[in-house]
Design a binder for this molecule. Structure first.
Ligand SMILES: Nc1ncnc2c1ncn2[C@@H]1O[C@H](COP(=O)(O)OP(=O)(O)OP(=O)(O)O)[C@@H](O)[C@H]1O
Length: 382
């Protein structure tokens, strides 16, 4: 992307505003783009910039299904175009992998000595150490509302994306979401509120403006309503802790995108980092697609059990679906429920081996039931 004001920070296809190696705070962030004015071009540009770093694993989703991101498919770790059932199942399986990856990375970071990792986050040096597996992961989703409004998986997409937006940046994982309908249904507030980088092309009114750029931005004079219809690719860019700037994307049409993608692919071949989709591999959906954590918990916690220890839930889940929950413990349950806004707290229970009562971390059945009801209401509404 190109700044329009004097100190333009652009030109080579790498030295652009969004850098992926944490040298700038703008690096690991979510991005929101809006409305038939160059949104897909902008998202494609961001992904191409990321792709030119051969360490970066690219996940590209074009939910419109027109193949706008097909250039990225040549090098992407995960890629899908379309919104049919099999496309959605591919995506949910890939996102579950990312949820696991978030956990793995958090553990790796926690385990590193202070002098190697003083800030408890991925640095360019750490991202380059192949053995740690902390390379940048950049996920781009065009027309993301399709995921969040999905009648079956909408809730889970929301939970995982919220987790990615909140914890991803420190762990080297960037989620870039693009939508032309920035309302709370298309873009859940847990996600929009936590997005730290925003890009808003022309919009029609104050509500959409503030949905993308942040509360009160219109009142403060940051108004993407002022752009003309001819201002393709021009929008307000708001980075974390920085003043809003008017920037323009670089015009990269589909043939130009192919040329850049071929270069990015060649760099990956040379570096030995071509993986996943680019090698003809898909995420393993066999074990995970049928699993739905909330419903599985509801199935293993009886209606008369008001509160249950997390460790008990973990054991029962593993019995239900060993291929999905095998090896889970109380902490796994807490981490998996956190993105749904369900906390584990001290609950009274009885140890089945000793028969003694004690307070341990656990869940309240009502919290899980309420979350399922919330999702069902959404399914009915869609
Ligand atoms: N930086 C740019 N400079 C000049 N023209 C641009 C730029 N970016 C996009 N355009 C033009 O705007 C058109 C629409 O762009 P794009 O397909 O990205 O829109 P969109 O917002 O995704 O719309 P839709 O949702 O309808 O696909 C492109 O075909 C291109 O001609």
């Amino acid at each position: 992307m190109r700044r329009l004001d004097v100190d333009v920070a652009h030109s080579s296809d790498r030295a652009l505003l969004l850098r992926l190696d944490n040298r700038e705070r703008e690096a690991h962030t979510a991005l929101l783009l809006v409305k038939s004015m160059g949104k897909t071009f902008a998202l494609r540009e961001v992904l191409l910039i990321a792709a030119l770093d051969p360490r970066a694993a690219i996940h590209a989703y074009d939910l419109k299904g027109t193949g706008d991101l097909s250039a990225l498919g040549e090098l992407a770790h995960r890629y899908r175009s379309g919104e049919d059932d099999e496309d959605i199942e591919y995506a949910i399986a890939a996102l579950r992998e990312l949820r696991e990856e978030l956990r793995r990375r958090a553990k790796v970071i926690r385990g590193l000595p202070r002098d190697v990792c003083p800030e408890n986050k991925v640095t360019p040096e750490l991202a380059s150490k192949k053995s740690l597996g902390l390379h940048p992961i950049v996920i781009g989703v065009d027309e993301c509302q399709v995921w969040f409004e999905h009648p079956v998986y909408g809730d889970e997409f929301e939970a995982i994306c919220t987790d990615l937006v909140k914890r991803g940046p420190a762990l080297g994982m960037v989620l870039c979401l693009a939508t032309q309908r920035p309302d709370a249904k298309s873009l859940p507030t847990g996600i929009s509120a936590n997005a730290s980088t925003r890009f808003c092309l022309k919009v029609m009114g104050q509500t959409e403006n503030d949905m993308v750029l942040g509360t009160s931005k219109y009142k403060q004079g940051i108004r993407a309503t002022m752009f003309a219809w001819a201002d393709k690719g021009i929008g307000y860019f708001v980075g974390e802790g920085a003043d809003a700037r008017i920037v323009s994307t670089v015009y990269i049409d589909a043939p130009a995108a192919d040329v850049i993608a071929q270069r990015a692919r060649a760099a990956r071949v040379a570096a030995g980092t071509l993986t996943g989709h680019a090698l003809g591999e898909a995420p393993d959906s066999s074990a995970t697609v049928t699993a739905n954590l909330l419903e599985d918990i509801a199935a293993v916690v009886g209606p008369n059990e008001e509160r249950v220890w997390s460790e008990t839930v973990a054991v029962r889940l593993a019995e239900l679906r060993p291929e999905v929950y095998g090896g889970w413990n109380a902490k796994s349950v807490a981490a998996a429920l956190e993105p749904y806004g369900i906390d584990t707290s001290q609950v009274w229970g009885t140890d089945p081996t000793t028969g003694k009562g004690a307070n341990r971390k656990g869940i309240r059945r009502v919290d899980v039931a309420e979350r399922i009801a919330h999702r069902n209401r959404r399914r009915e509404a869609s």
